[in-house]
Design a protein around this ligand. Structure first.
Ligand code: GDP
Ligand code: MG
Length: 763
């Protein structure tokens, strides 16, 4: 059987597929189609050693990021298909994609977990992490960004830059991740290449570097002109047989044959060359050595090298276009990944150098597999990680054992004996490791790295440990109760929640001290609903959520000192404790509550330890409506204890004392405030502003960007429930919004009274 691919000839024997690269003529062995396509069947097979030892300069660890619905998943599916990793072309609308593998993702058509996928393209190993676009899952995006060397930002070319893209783009800026932009949906009604390029420049303050121009638009989008090679690439309807865009025609652009495209392409190339000369000194010098400035005469290789340098230096963003759904342009995007995005060696991690050639890996994701237990996704920065060996978790100071090592294709895994620097691997057997941990080969190796670290920071670094930085998780602003169908399921529910919490650092689980109910807190409605769905589907517990509530916080106005006395006879023993505490507001009310002893030398006294734990219990029930207190310093000043008094009595006494002190200091409710960014057209601006002010919104700025207006506001979360639906209605779908947590703010007394009435159900 022979299949024609754009980059080579694929021959398929019964088990393996061979690809001959058209450029280098090398034959490569790919994986068996059957093992990869049939889900769950590949486990246990060992990959070939040549696959494990891939040239590090030919590895790309990249992510795809975008606003929801821009086409990330559709683009990923095309990449897997064209690379020969899958035989069937998945479709988000039919719910059969490889990367949206969790049942909820398929049903809802969105990406929740970052599925890691490996595929090979033109001699390169591409480890691709599909990241979710919904605001409830920004933690997922953040933890993927930590381990990426490069990224593709996908845009809907009929919408340009949308709100969520701005959030993700800023996150990628923080990690200095070199990016390519893919203007997808060129086939869609309203697709506008020029507008999208300008919106990338204006809204993202990026320097776009268009490497292509589209041929036709909307329904008549048929291909593109490559401004680097000056070739015309078109996809033709093949007679009868649908090759899903694998076949395309590439011909040199000529003024005779392509009269309609010639002028635009020549201008496009001239602009590209000029921009590169502006941005890149080496290229500028090259241009100066030329007798005359003729953009058409500049060799392709010179332009490609310059594009690579400016991309790696985050000076510009190469821009490509296409239509993933209509199978156009994705192969050129994959070529650009290999050509312009960095290999793992080209990205520096300051801490990693202290490990010399020893293992240094970072755990960036944990998922639980029913059979295998926790699967820990690792980015290997240095050295080699082996299966059947021990590793030292430097973040938690414990040694763990890896029983098996896998590389991953979405929900399918392949076993390997070792994995080298630059790659992403999945370790089985690590029980304690969580997201954000640094793994090294052994404790002595870690000590050596610490020594290297200290020697190079003679002034004494803040944290004298060479650990990779963990993930920042915003506070959970929503909570709700979760109930099992009957008491008989309580234990199973607790176990399921423990596992889900291990996977997801933005999920918090606690027991309400008054009602004994289990309470979930998370990033939003969708986040908690997905947790409920997973409990129902994966753990078969028909749990139900209580109404969604806002996670308020409480603060205090003044300072106070109070004592409590507890005198109990338990059995035949007298227990007596007198605990005195003082409370005072911190200067930053958004800071976590501090709980301390007046005299630090009492820290080893078990009575004081019990008092501290009692104070901590009290701090999660504030004086107004029993929400946790923030921005408070609680100091245990004194403990008088009758010898033999139990720790639980001391702790209960301290709880009482803190409650009294908080009451007498006078409390107030603080509510979560969100940063809201709405992009709308001029005609709907009034409606958007009016609606935001009804929601107690504080408008910060209204900017003009091309045809759109961008409103930046701060709004209480309580007023934002159901906002995106309302926004769609009042703007007839012409606006987009992004909402993210900003800070907690003290409520006015009238808002506070309304909130109290609401919570007490009096209204
Ligand atoms: P994601 O949320 O970014 O992962 O986006 P999806 O890949 O799930 O796609 C969202 C919707 O856009 C789906 O209905 C896709 O069929 C559709 N879509 C994706 N790519 C294109 C494209 O190139 N053109 C058009 N017209 N629709 C597309
Ligand atoms: Mg998706």
């Amino acid at each position: 059987m022979m299949l024609r691919l754009c980059r080579g000839i694929v021959q398929s024997s019964s088990n393996f597929v061979f690809v001959r690269c058209k450029r280098c003529q090398n034959v490569q062995k790919l994986f068996s189609f059957q093992t990869l396509v049939k889900r769950g069947s590949a486990s246990g097979r060992r990959s070939t050693p040549e696959r494990d030892k891939h040239d590090i300069t030919k590895i790309r660890n990249i992510g795809i990021m975008a606003h929801i619905d821009a086409g990330k998943t559709t683009t990923t599916e095309r990449m897997l298909y064209y690379s020969g990793t899958t035989k069937h072309l998945g479709d988000v609308d039919d719910g059969d994609t490889v990367t949206d593998y969790m049942a909820q993702e398929r049903e809802r058509g969105i990406t929740i977990t970052s599925a890691a996928v490996t595929f090979f393209w033109d001699g390169h190993r591409i480890n691709l992490i599909d990241t979710p676009g919904h605001v409830d899952f920004t933690v997922e995006v953040e933890r993927s960004l930590r381990v990426l060397d490069g990224a593709i930002a996908v845009f809907d070319s009929s919408a340009g830059v949308e709100a969520q893209t701005v959030t993700v783009w800023n996150q990628a800026d923080r990690y200095k991740i070199p990016r390519l932009a893919f203007l997808n949906k060129m086939d869609k009604k309203g697709a506008d290449f020029e507008y999208s390029v300008r919106s990338i420049q204006d809204k993202l303050q990026a320097v776009p570097l268009p490497l292509q121009i589209p041929i036709g638009k909307e329904q008549s989008f048929t291909g593109l002109v490559d401004l680097v090679t000056m070739e015309v690439v078109t996809w033709q309807q093949t007679n009868g047989k649908n090759t899903h865009g694998k076949d395309f025609i590439k011909v040199p652009l000529t003024s005779e044959k392509h009269t309609a495209l010639w002028e635009e392409a020549v201008n496009g190339r001239a602009q590209l060359v000029e921009k590169l000369a502006d941005l890149d000194d080496i290229f500028a010098e090259y241009m100066l050595t030329q007798d005359e400035f003729d953009a058409l005469q500049v060799p392709t290789e010179e332009i490609q090298s310059a594009i690579r340098r400016v991309t790696l230096g985050n000076q510009a963003v190469p821009l490509l276009c296409g239509s993933s759904l209509k199978n156009k342009g994705v192969q050129m995007l994959m070529d650009a990944v290999n050509r312009y995005l960095p290999n793992p060696r080209e990205r520096k991690q300051e801490v990693v150098q202290f490990y010399k050639n020893d293992l240094c890996a970072y755990a960036f994701k944990v998922i639980h597999d029913k059979q295998r237990g926790p699967l820990v996704f690792l980015r290997i920065y240095f050295g080699t990680i082996k299966s059947q060996g021990g590793v030292y978790n430097a973040s938690q100071d414990c040694t763990e054992r890896i029983s098996r090592l896998l590389w991953v294709l979405a929900d399918d895994y392949r076993e390997v004996s070792s994995m080298e620097a630059g790659n992403i691997a999945v370790a089985v057997g690590l029980k304690k490791t969580v997201t954000g941990d640094t793994l090294v080969s052994s404790q002595p190796a870690f000590r050596i790295a610490c020594k290297n670290y200290v020697n190079s920071h003679p002034q004494g670094g803040q944290a004298a440990l060479p650990l990779l930085e963990g993930v920042t998780v915003p506070p959970p602003v929503f909570f709700c109760t979760i109930e099992p169908p009957s008491q008989a399921f309580q234990d199973d529910l607790e176990k399921a929640l423990q596992i889900l919490q291990h996977e997801d650092p933005s999920l918090h689980v606690r027991t309400d001290p008054d009602t004994g109910q289990t309470v979930l807190s998370g990033m939003g409605e969708l986040h908690l609903e997905i947790i409920r769905d997973r409990i129902q589907k994966e753990y078969r517990i028909e749990a139900e959520l209580g109404p969604l509530q806002i996670a308020y916080r409480e603060c205090i106005h003044g300072s106070a000192t109070q004592s409590a006395t507890l005198d109990r006879v338990i059995g035949d023993r007298q227990h007596r404790a007198i605990v005195t505490v003082s409370v005072e507001p911190l200067s930053d009310l958004n800071a976590p509550t501090e709980i301390k002893l007046k005299d630090e030398s009492d820290a080893y006294d078990e009575h004081f330890q019990a008092a501290l734990s009692g104070a901590e219990t009290a701090s999660i029930q504030g004086p107004v409506i029993s929400f946790p207190v923030m921005g408070v310093r609680i100091t245990v000043t004194n403990c008088h204890i009758l010898p033999g008094t139990s720790a639980s009595v001391i702790s209960a006494c301290a709880t009482q004392a803190v409650h009294r002190a908080l009451q007498s200091a006078g409390g107030a409710i603080m509510e979560p405030i969100m940063n809201v960014e709405v992009t709308t057209n001029e005609s709907k601006l009034g409606a958007v502003l009016g609606d935001l002010s009804k929601r107690r919104g504080e408008i910060k700025t209204v900017d003009s960007h091309l045809r759109s207006r961008v409103v930046i506001a701060k709004c209480p979360l309580a007023e934002m429930v159901g906002y995106s639906t309302k926004l769609r209605t009042i703007t007839s779908g012409a606006a987009t919004c992004s909402i993210e947590f900003s800070n907690y703010r003290v409520m006015t007394s009238s808002d506070q009274s309304k909130t109290i009435k609401n919570i007490m159900g009096i209204l």
